[in-house]
Design a protein around this ligand. Structure first.
Ligand code: SF4
Length: 197
């Protein structure tokens, strides 16, 4: 799978302490997207196992949030990764940002970089939906800014799947800046009224 970056631990991308996995590749083209460097489908192809191992390096996590880029454009790989993580940590919390609406996902009306057909895409989403705890769904629309938790556009929806979370578990938008010992700076969360990618 194509991965843009992994943040080992964040507290601003869903409830608790979570790794954040940014997928590489998105062709949705939302005007004003905050992270165009995630758009090309390029870079090294990583194995499911290596990404899962990197996420699980930190033993103190509540879960993981998938962002991008567009995770659903690598839906089969994403599903394999979720199953891999859950085999090791059955109670691991899983969150997802996607530019697609729930209706598009349910009907398989989304594009993937592999050649699975629409019926298979619909089935992959149904499997994923049964594994994840929350998802922020819908395009980033710069003309409709929002300060709601995790949603940068008012058109986006926060969907809760299962009983783990309620709306009150989601904090207001915050920004996190992490500076690694070697000087690498990573910014995540919501530094301004921009896209979540
Ligand atoms: S906001 Fe998200 S879905 Fe839209 S173009 Fe940027 S990465 Fe893609």
């Amino acid at each position: 799978m194509l991965i843009h970056a992994i943040i080992a631990r964040s507290r601003v991308n869903g409830p608790g302490a979570r790794a954040v996995v940014y997928f590489q590749g998105c062709n949705l083209g939302c005007p004003g997207c905050w992270n165009p460097s995630t758009h090309p489908f390029a870079g090294p192809n990583r194995s499911t196992e290596s990404v899962a191992a990197e996420v699980l390096l930190n033993r103190e996590l509540d879960g993981v949030t998938f962002s991008g880029g567009e995770p659903m454009q690598q839906a089969s790989e994403l599903l394999a990764l979720v199953h891999c993580l859950k085999r090791t940590c059955p109670d691991f919390s899983v969150g997802l940002y996607s530019g697609y609406t729930e209706r598009e996902l349910e009907s398989g009306a989304y594009s993937t970089r592999d050649s699975i057909d629409q019926q298979t895409r619909s089935e992959v989403w149904a499997d994923l939906r049964s594994q994840i705890d929350f998802a922020v769904l819908g395009r980033f629309v710069t003309a409709r800014p929002s300060r709601l938790p995790l949603r940068t556009s008012a058109n986006q929806t926060l969907r809760l799947f299962g009983a783990r979370y309620s709306e009150s578990d989601f904090d207001s938008q915050e920004c996190e800046v992490q500076i690694a010992p070697e000087g690498l700076v990573q910014i995540t969360g919501f530094p301004l009224a921009g896209s979540p990618a």
